[in-house]
Write a protein that binds this ligand. Sequence first.
Ligand code: HEC
Ligand code: HEC
Ligand code: HEC
Ligand code: HEC
Ligand code: HEC
Ligand code: HEC
Ligand code: HEC
Ligand code: HEC
Ligand code: HEC
Length: 335
Amino acid sequence: MRNGTTLLLLAAIAVAGAAYLTLWDAGPVPAAPALTSVSDAPSAMVIFPVGEKPNPEGVGMKPVVFNHLVHENRVDDCESCHHTGETVACTTCHTVEGRSEGKFVTLDQAMHAPNIAKRVKGNTPQSCVSCHTEQLQRRECAGCHGIVKPTRSEAYCNACHNVAGLTKADMVAGIAGKLPAKRNAQLAADTLKARENPVQLQPTDGPYKVMIDGITDEYKANMFAHRRHVSSLMERLKDNSLASAFHSQPATLCSTCHHNSPLKSAPPKCGSCHSQRINPANPERPQLKAAYHLQCMGCHKGMNVARPLNTSCVTCHKDNEAKPVDGAAAKLGGK
Ligand code: HEC
Ligand code: HEC
Ligand code: HEC
Ligand code: HEC
Ligand code: HEC
Ligand code: HEC
Ligand code: HEC
Ligand code: HEC
Ligand code: HEC
């Protein structure tokens, strides 16, 4: 990557973030403009696990469909990805086993390596995963992604490793580098079509408001605007194709808060797993008050929500006197 390209990319993300600042409370985000291609690349293509000894039986992962058009329109610089400056297939140099042209960086590394160190000379390469992880720093993503622990489940791999209508003959030809371009384009187009509009649970699948009153010694119960939260969070994701490709299960978004339990519309209460005192058998698990505070405030901080401030106890604890006790905020995460 050229010197400063990372900065440019980050600046672009910051500008996108700033645009959000003004849109924050201004209703729906405008639809993205139609995309046009400036490269000679096909608008989408299937990338096959090309290797020295093509053996479709021995291949563990399905190929991946890559939407080139979306990427070249969202990423400023071709050389973020085509890091050697040649716009050729990555598999020219990065194969399943690795080869000398790619300094034995395998296909797996080239596609998934996290946190790639900046190169002193030449462009710093980006893998699919290293760049996507950077995207999660955007304001509209950071709140949830600050509190969600990635599970790297099968659904996560399948968001990329999945080709609609792939036959064994396609696979044999593909890994030998002999699949006709027309067939490749057809498979890619069918897959993108199948990815459109994944089924998602909606705000109305959860309650309108929830009274949170598991613990009420000093502070009054909390009326949580459940539906407003879910719809406000979904609104921020509407036009982001990366988010919709990866939030692929109907209850993915619900599982942000309703975590560590099966994905479904009727989740267990926080208090089912978080007891009022730390359980010595589970010292890592926050007690109930801390569980609420850490989750509510963790997301608000990541999303830079203007109201409520973490120190503004009375915004959440409505009927209490305004008494932001000295040092109370510091105690919040405590036992
Ligand atoms: C952001 C998209 C993306 C995600 C998510 C992803 N991969 Fe990949 N992976 C690729 C691409 C692109 C290739 C190169 C094409 C191919 O081999 O299918 C690849 C190649 C591979 C390879 C080398 C090829 C082979 O078959 O030996 C392995 C192994 C692999 N992925 C495993 C995984 C596993 C396991 C997961 C989930 C934990 C995963 N990938 C998630 C994009 C992704
Ligand atoms: C986000 C990463 C990314 C960006 C940005 C990007 N490309 Fe690509 N490009 C790829 C990947 C991945 C492939 C498929 C490689 C493969 O099949 O192994 C590809 C394939 C191509 C191909 C077809 C190569 C072949 O022989 O199969 C061309 C041509 C190309 N890109 C040109 C460009 C140009 C020009 C730009 C800038 C306007 C650009 N690309 C921006 C990732 C990117
Ligand atoms: C002409 C050969 C060539 C092509 C084509 C090529 N690479 Fe590379 N790649 C290399 C070499 C050589 C290295 C090792 C040098 C380095 O890391 O700077 C490397 C390193 C990488 C790394 C660093 C891995 C790590 O763990 O540090 C990533 C990621 C990567 N390539 C991704 C890609 C992607 C994605 C494409 C296609 C869009 C691609 N490369 C196309 C030659 C190539
Ligand atoms: C340099 C950054 C960058 C790299 C590298 C990158 N992506 Fe992306 N990816 C993005 C951005 C940005 C979006 C689009 C977000 C939006 O819609 O605004 C995206 C969107 C996607 C989507 C959803 C869009 C769709 O139509 O499928 C998938 C799937 C995806 N990327 C897979 C990949 C794979 C596979 C690779 C590696 C071959 C890759 N990405 C490499 C930045 C990147
Ligand atoms: C309402 C909360 C929420 C918001 C907002 C959100 N995500 Fe996610 N995202 C999740 C959850 C939950 C998962 C699944 C994590 C798991 O099970 O591994 C996830 C997974 C992902 C993944 C798979 C990689 C990973 O780390 O697990 C990507 C990529 C992703 N989201 C992109 C985005 C993007 C881009 C945005 C912002 C435009 C965004 N998300 C905003 C909740 C959210
Ligand atoms: C921003 C975090 C968050 C998200 C996202 C979220 N919930 Fe909740 N939900 C909560 C909290 C907090 C409670 C109260 C739990 C408690 O006190 O035990 C709750 C309670 C519930 C309840 C129980 C209501 C009752 O009266 O007992 C249901 C059902 C529910 N949520 C469904 C959903 C569904 C379906 C989704 C996805 C569409 C979802 N939730 C998304 C935070 C969230
Ligand atoms: C099915 C059991 C279960 C339910 C229900 C549950 N949690 Fe958790 N929670 C866990 C587990 C497991 C951990 C990880 C710590 C551990 O290993 O014990 C955890 C950890 C946490 C953490 C610490 C950060 C982290 O993610 O590790 C917070 C904050 C939290 N939970 C909040 C909540 C809130 C708020 C709710 C209700 C909306 C909730 N939890 C519902 C099981 C649960
Ligand atoms: C996953 C992210 C997330 C979590 C978790 C979360 N919030 Fe929020 N919260 C938001 C966002 C985003 C807004 C701004 C809402 C808007 O613009 O409508 C907000 C706004 C609020 C507001 C102000 C709304 C108003 O009426 O002005 C309150 C009060 C609030 N949250 C309480 C809570 C409580 C209590 C919890 C924990 C039980 C919680 N939130 C958990 C994202 C979150
Ligand atoms: C983002 C919303 C939010 C903010 C801000 C907030 N809390 Fe809470 N707090 C909650 C929720 C939700 C509960 C769980 C309520 C329940 O179960 O009754 C809770 C529970 C508590 C409890 C345990 C219940 C009790 O009566 O003993 C105490 C104490 C508490 N909060 C103190 C504070 C203090 C002090 C502040 C300000 C520094 C504060 N909270 C700010 C959401 C918030």
